[in-house]
Design a binder for this molecule. Structure first.
Ligand SMILES: [Zn+2]
Length: 163
């Protein structure tokens, strides 16, 4: 189902998304229990919504952007559940990006790592690990920022690796 896009400064976009668990959770600040069916429905909503963006051509959309603060995004034709950047290049590249939680025509300049190594669960709940380069890495980092609750603004490049 096509969902409404949430815009800044809605708080759902400015707080960290919770990790998805298929087991009951005790740490409800950081985890949310969902069934595989709930997750499948949310992926379909994200795919439907990204296919109906009001301007331009979207390559990705994160769950908080449709009001669901959980660690899931779709990008590059795939679903990414509980993604985690485990390594990145030291080299960065400059880019100009747009965001569907911003007004049409607004953009921001940002530095992105040239490559990232990402671990995640795919739409079939299989564990995946892959290196993404250049544009693909840029798209993943943009959506990843949404899960961290970072605002889309001219932030400096920073390390994602959390010990
Ligand atoms: Zn965005």
């Amino acid at each position: 189902m096509i969902r409404d896009l949430i815009a800044y400064p809605d708080p759902v976009l400015l707080s960290p998304a919770r990790l998805i668990s298929f087991e009951p959770v005790s740490d409800s600040a950081n985890y949310i229990e969902m069934s595989p069916g709930d997750v499948a429905d949310l992926i379909i909503d994200l795919i439907d919504t990204v296919g109906a963006v009001p301007w331009g051509r979207a390559v990705g959309l994160a769950a908080p952007q449709i009001g669901r603060p959980v660690a899931l995004f779709v990008a590059l034709g795939e679903a990414f559940i509980n993604p985690r950047i485990v390594k990145h290049s030291s080299v960065v590249r400059n880019s100009v990006e747009h965001c569907y939680s911003m007004k049409e025509g607004e953009s921001f300049r940002v530095e992105r790592y040239r490559f990232i190594d990402l671990q995640w669960f795919d739409g079939k709940l299989k564990h995946q690990k892959r290196r993404f380069h250049r544009f693909d890495a840029q798209v993943i980092q943009h959506e990843y920022d949404h899960l961290l609750g970072l605002p889309c603004s001219a932030f400096p490049c920073r390390s994602y690796i959390v010990q």
